[in-house]
Design a protein around this ligand. Sequence first.
Ligand code: 5GP
Length: 209
Amino acid sequence: MAIERRGVLFVVSAPSGAGKTTLCKELVTSVTGVHPSISCTTRTPRPGEVHGQDYYFVDEQVFQAMAERNDFAESARVYGHFYGTPRQALMDMLEKGLDVLLEIDTQGAMQIKKKFSDGVYIYILPPSIDALRARLIQRGDAPEEIQRRMQKARQEILNYREYDYIVRNEDLKQASQELQAIVHAERTRMKRVDINWLEQNFIADPTTT
Ligand code: 5GP
């Protein structure tokens, strides 16, 4: 079957504690055809996280070997751990015309933007900087970890200008609807339509061929 349009690459970043993971999970379950990319990381799994589903949990040696083989479309060190997006799986999905969701930090997003200028870059903001701190405390992160993440959050938010959309997560339901609306709108953009497919199916007269 001909592909009617190319796969769209959605890249979502947010400071830690802004609700990005929840919003992305909701997006994947509520909008069909959005495929999350599964990253490799050297950090240890949190309770409930599953290898091959949330992340591929690998040790530093494996990660470095993969980086040397150029297996990552982007990679970055975040809070002392390495994270990377497997390149081949990403390319395979996009080539098949599937839409892909990357949930990555701003360093990684900027690397991807250089290679995929056609991607859609979405930044999720917490309701406020105080609300962000409150979420990290509620999540049970250690005080030094909270301090580190708050510092990084301010640095990260500075990169908002590089993104195409800003979603403020003040109300989870509304933020979720906004994220879904972005996906639907981007999927129907003219530049993503396969013009040959459109012309063959809607303009060419089958009686004259
Ligand atoms: P966490 O450890 O809390 O799951 O993620 C920490 C940060 O790393 C989050 O901002 C998350 O989006 C980011 N992250 C997760 N996977 C990747 C990846 O493959 N590449 C990059 N650059 N960042 C990632």
